[in-house]
Design a binder for this molecule. Structure first.
Ligand SMILES: NC(=O)c1ccc[n+]([C@@H]2O[C@H](COP(=O)([O-])OP(=O)(O)OC[C@H]3O[C@@H](n4cnc5c(N)ncnc54)[C@H](O)[C@@H]3O)[C@@H](O)[C@H]2O)c1
Ligand SMILES: [Zn+2]
Length: 499
C-alpha cells in the first residue's frame, strides 16, 4: 500500500491502450461498502474471498491493467492465477517512503495502531510473496518512469518461475540477445560460451569472456575450475554475475560454477539449443559428470534470469534441433490434451525451424516446467514427472555408449516405449493420444521405430533413480494425467522384454 499502484496503473493503461481496473475500488463498488466496512463486517477472510472471486473474473479478460490490493497476492492460488493470466509486477518502495504516502493509515484496516510497525511487519511477512512476480520495479522515482519500466517488462510477455526470493523471469523472443545486457546491467559479468556459441556471446556486453571446448566430455570439474580461474582473473566479486551462452552443457557447467564461486553468485542463462530452452535452463539443476556417472556432482542453483532467443536455433543442426523438441513433446503430454494438440499443429513448422512455432513450443514447455518446479523445487515428488520416458531413454543412451542417440532421440523412443510398457504392466493408456504422440514425434523428425529393448535390463538396474528392488515408473496414462507408479524391477524387466 502506498507504492503507487493506483497512480501508475492508469498511466500504464494509457500507454498501451488498455482498460484500467482498480481492484479495491471495484470491490467497494460491487459491495456498495468501503473496504474498512467490509473488514469490519466480514473480516479479512471475507474480503479476501471477494478479492479472489474478482481476480478470477478479471483473469479471463484481455488487455486490461489491474491495480491489485496490497494483500491480493498473499493467496498462493491467486498469485499463481495472476502469473498465468498476464504480467505481474511488484512496485517496490522502502517502508519510510510508503509511510509518507499512506500517512497514519486512514481507511487502511491493516495499519490501525502503530502504522509504522504494522507496515514493516507486513512487508517482512509478504516479502517472498511480492517477489513471486514477473519483475520488481523501484517505485520511488518519477511515476512516468516507473510506468515506462512496467511497460518495458510487460512488452516481452515474460514467463515466471515463482520460488519466493529465488523467483525469476524467463523471456522468450526472436533476435533478442540484447535483452541480456539489461539483465546484466552495471555489474561485472563473466560470459561463458563454447566454440559454437561464441558468435552469440560476442554480442553480449560483459567484462570478460571464456570460450570452452564444446561437448559433453568436457562437462567436468576441470572445466568448472577453468571458469573459476577466469572469474578471479576478471576480478569478479559477490555482486558480479555469470552468464551462460550455449546448450545444456555450458548452462550446467556455468550454473554449477556460479553456485560455489564466493559461496554463490547469480547467473543468467542464455540457452541456444532447443533442449536448453525447453528444459535445462529452467529449474536450477546444475552440475557435472565424473567417472561414476552423469550429473552426479551438482547443486540446485536457480538462475536470476533466462533469456531465450529462438533465432539462435537457426545455426543448430536439424538433428540437434529436433532432439531438443522431444522434451517439448514431453512437456505437452504432461501439460494436457490442448497443449499436445497445439504442438501437433506446429510439429512440421518446428522441424523447418519456424521461429513463431519455436517461441510457442518454448513458452509452453517453460510454463509447464515452472509450474512443476514451483511445487517441488528439489524433486521430492511431482518434479519426477519430468522424467517421463527417461528411465528407458537413459538405458538406451548407455547401451549405445552415448553415440547412437542424441538425448532427445532416446527420450522420444523412451516415451513411446513407456506407452507399451505401461500396457504390458496392465495400466491403461489413452489410445488416440498415444497415436498422436507418435505422429508428432515423427513429424518433428525424431525416431519412432522402437529398437529391441531386450538388452536394457542391466542399464536400468544401474539407474540412479532406482530405489531398492523397485523403480518409479512414469505411467503416461493420458495427456495431463501422467503419474508416478512404483514397479518391482522383475515385473518391469518382463514388460520391456515383451515390447
Ligand atoms: N540442468 C538440467 O535440468 C538439464 C536438463 C536436461 C539436460 N541437461 C544437460 O544438458 C546437456 C545437453 O544439452 P544440449 O543438448 O543443449 O547439448 P550441448 O550443450 O552439448 O549442445 C549441443 C551442441 O550444439 C552446440 N551449440 C549450442 N548452441 C548452438 C547454436 N545455437 N548453434 C550451433 N551450435 C550450437 C554446442 O556447442 C554442442 O556442440 C547434457 O549435459 C544434460 O545432462 C540438463
Ligand atoms: Zn531429458
Amino acid at each position: 500500500m502506498g507504492a503507487g499502484k493506483s497512480t501508475v496503473g492508469p498511466i500504464v493503461a494509457g500507454r498501451i491502450g488498455a482498460a484500467f481496473v482498480d481492484l479495491d475500488a471495484e470491490i467497494e463498488k460491487n459491495a456498495d461498502a468501503t473496504i474498512a466496512t467490509l473488514f469490519a463486517t466480514e473480516g479479512e477472510a471475507g474480503f479476501r474471498a471477494r478479492e479472489a472471486e474478482l481476480v478470477a473474473t478479471l483473469a479471463n479478460r484481455e488487455n486490461i491493467v489491474v491495480a491489485l490490493g496490497g494483500g491480493t497476492v498473499t493467496s498462493r492460488r491467486v498469485r499463481r492465477q495472476l502469473l498465468a493470466a498476464g504480467t505481474l509486477i511488484t512496485l517496490h518502495a522502502r517502508a519510510s517512503q510508503l509511510l509518507e504516502r499512506v500517512g497514519e493509515g486512514e481507511g487502511r484496516p491493516l495499519l490501525q495502531g502503530n502504522a509504522q510497525e504494522k507496515l514493516e511487519a507486513l512487508l517482512r511477512d509478504r516479502r517472498a510473496m511480492y517477489l513471486e512476480c514477473h519483475g520488481v520495479v523501484n517505485a520511488e522515482g518519477d511515476v512516468a518512469e516507473v510506468a515506462d519500466r512496467v511497460v518495458a517488462i510487460a512488452a516481452r510477455a515474460p514467463l515466471s518461475v515463482p520460488l519466493g526470493s529465488r523467483s525469476y523471469r524467463v523471456e522468450v523472443g526472436q533476435s533478442c540477445l540484447h535483452w541480456v545486457d539489461e539483465a546484466v546491467a552495471g555489474r561485472r559479468a563473466l560470459v561463458v560460451c563454447d566454440e559454437n556459441t561464441r558468435r552469440y556471446a560476442d554480442r553480449i556486453k560483459g567484462s570478460s569472456w571464456l570460450c570452452l571446448r564444446s561437448g559433453e566430455e568436457h562437462k567436468n570439474l576441470e572445466t568448472v575450475a577453468r571458469i573459476w580461474e577466469a572469474a578471479f582473473s576478471a576480478r569478479l566479486d559477490r555482486r558480479s554475475v555469470f552468464v551462460a551462452v550455449g546448450g545444456g552443457v555450458a548452462g550446467d557447467l556455468t550454473g554449477f560454477a556460479a553456485s560455489a564461486f564466493l559461496r554463490g553468485v547469480p547467473f543468467v542463462q542464455v540457452p541456444t539449443t532447443s533442449l536448453a530452452m525447453v528444459d535445462s535452463s529452467v529449474g536450477g539443476k546444475t552440475g557435472v559428470n565424473n567417472a561414476h556417472g552423469k550429473n552426479l556432482i551438482g547443486a540446485f542453483h536457480q538462475p536470476e534470469r533466462v533469456v531465450c532467443d529462438v533465432a539462435t536455433l537457426s545455426t543448430l543442426s536439424e538433428r540437434d534441433r529436433a532432439a531438443g523438441w522431444a522434451e517439448a513433446v514431453k512437456s505437452a503430454w504432461l501439460a494436457g490434451p490442448e497443449a499436445l494438440e497445439r504442438l501437433a499443429e506446429d510439429a512440421v513448422a518446428l522441424r523447418e525451424g519456424d521461429l513463431d512455432a519455436s517461441v510457442r513450443a518454448v513458452r509452453m514447455s517453460v510454463a509447464l516446467k515452472s509450474r512443476i518446479v514451483a511445487d517441488d523445487e528439489h524433486e521430492r515428488g511431482a518434479r519426477a514427472l519430468l522424467n517421463f520416458g527417461h528411465t528407458i531413454a537413459h538405458a538406451l543412451e548407455s547401451e549405445g555408449e552415448y553415440r547412437r542417440y542424441r538425448h532427445g532421440e532416446a527420450v522420444a523412443l523412451g516415451m513411446l516405449a513407456s506407452v507399451q510398457v505401461a500396457r504390458r504392466l496392465g495400466l491403461d493408456v489413452d489410445h488416440a493420444a498415444a497415436g498422436l504422440l507418435r505422429e508428432v514425434l515423427g513429424e518433428i523428425g525424431l525416431p519412432i521405430e522402437l529398437p529391441s529393448l531386450a538388452g536394457l535390463a542391466p542399464f536400468i538396474a544401474n539407474d540412479k533413480k532406482r530405489v531398492g528392488d523397485a523403480l518409479g515408473f512414469i505411467n503416461p496414462a493420458a495427456p495431463g494425467e501422467a503419474r508416478i507408479v512404483k514397479v518391482a524391477l522383475p515385473a518391469f524387466f518382463e514388460a520391456i522384454r515383451q515390447v
